[in-house]
Design a protein around this ligand. Structure first.
Ligand SMILES: Cc1ncc(COP(=O)(O)O)c(C=O)c1O
Length: 397
């Protein structure tokens, strides 16, 4: 992924920083677009994965919608070219202020996660003389075979409504005059690679839809959420997620009524592989049991390894010779500030540049100020390539 010229450019930029490969993003979007057009599916990009304006503009320009989980994400989506009619708003804890804002903006749909929330949206919409379009997020109590912190579809998770709560909302629909039930919504987790989990989800959706119909309720759309995983181990071999397998599995297993639309909320699978966190080795040292490479990026820039013990491939961009085993750790005063343990790398020295790969999703977005760290900047391949070609490099400080 990194040629000599881009590595030379990296050398002149203050580390740590995020690097986004915009060509890869465009190739990913083109493949996704061709498939969704073919199936007639709608994708709302999940902003929580990466809400950098340049990234969002690229995605909105392809005609995709947005999936937001806060009022500020709705604002960012609107400011980045997504049309209100393509925005869904999810989340277990929407505030009245956020709901009011989204109602005024005229978004496509609120994905509701409790009966109380439906009643509040009804009240707030009624006060404005509006009718809010809603979908009920059902907790289907199914396995996602992913890390327990990013699994969201089991009965003991806080997300979605139990089937009995859904029944209760449906029974009350007659009195909820300021909401219109337009969809059923699911999201069972993230970084899911087992397509059978999606077949199970589609079968659950079929069963729940049959229950709705038995009560005389038909919805205009089914939203199956996001969650498609990426290959963190081989980002260069699999730079684009298996969208084809994913949509084929859904197409095969999901019952779709005539005229009904199928929606998705993909995040990670769209933006993960385009991003790398570029960092410099500050020190190396041999502890009693381990050799450490201490880098200038920390859990403040990329929280996932500390939060979920997630794997990211680490590449030495400065040296390809020799070999050694290192724990690659950051400067933050926490033992969990570790990007990888027992990582085989070329001989690694002070000043070497390391790329922490597959960091485009849930990377920059989860950054924090802990230890009063400076915010890592983002650089885009489009700019670096241009500057590399002609006018020298934009060096930051
Ligand atoms: C409701 C909802 N939709 C979509 C997503 C996006 O998931 P992913 O980035 O795994 O595609 C999430 C992520 O947690 C979510 O909570």
């Amino acid at each position: 992924m990194f040629n000599e010229s881009i590595i030379e450019t990296f050398r002149q930029i203050r580390t740590p920083f995020y690097y986004y490969d915009m060509d890869l993003l465009r190739r990913t979007l083109a493949e996704l677009k061709a498939l969704t057009d073919g199936y007639g599916y709608t994708v709302h990009y999940a902003l929580k994965a990466n809400a950098e304006e340049r990234v969002l503009r690229e995605i909105s320009s392809m005609g995709f919608g947005a999936d937001c989980v806060s009022g500020n994400e709705v604002k960012r989506a609107l400011a980045s070219g997504f049309s209100a009619e393509e925005i869904v708003f999810a989340g277990v804890g929407k505030t009245d202020e956020e709901i009011d804002f989204a109602l005024d903006a005229g978004i496509f749909c609120f994905n509701c996660e409790s009966e109380q929330e439906v009643a509040v949206i009804n009240e707030l919409a009624r006060a404005k003389g509006r009718v809010a379009s809603i979908a009920l997020r059902v907790n289907p109590d199914i396995e996602a075979n992913t890390h327990r912190h990013i699994s969201t579809g089991k009965a003991d998770h806080k997300f979605g409504m139990s089937e009995s709560e859904v029944d209760s909302v449906i029974d009350r629909l007659g009195e909820l005059e300021a909401v219109h039930l337009s969809g059923i919504h699911f999201h069972i987790g993230s970084q899911i690679l087992e397509l059978d989990n999606y077949r199970d989800l589609a079968r659950s959706a079929n069963r729940i839809q049959a229950k709705f119909r038995a009560k005389g309720v038909e919805v205009a759309h089914i939203n199956l959420g996001g969650g498609l995983g990426v290959d963190y181990f081989n980002p260069d071999k699999h730079p684009i997620a298996d969208f084809a397998g994913f949509f084929a599995a859904i197409h095969e297993a999901l019952d779709v009524l005539p005229g009904q639309k199928v929606h998705f909320e993909l995040g990670r699978s769209i933006v993960c592989q385009m991003g790398s966190l570029i960092s410099r080795v500050l020190y190396t040292k041999s502890g009693a049991k381990k050799r450490f490479a201490i880098v200038d990026a920390g859990m403040t820039e990329l929280l996932r390894p500390a939060l979920y013990q997630s794997f990211h491939r680490i590449q030495n961009l400065s040296n390809q010779t020799g070999v050694g085993m290192y724990d690659v750790v950051g400067p933050i005063c926490e033992s969990s500030d570790t990007f990888g343990t027992e990582v085989m790398l070329p001989e690694t020295n002070r000043g070497d540049l390391l790329a922490i790969r597959s960091a485009g999703a849930y990377g920059q977005m989860m950054a924090s100020k802990y230890n009063l760290r400076d915010e890592a900047k983002a650089y885009y391949s489009d700019d670096l390539a241009v500057e590399n070609r002609g006018r020298g490099v934009a060096v930051c400080c």
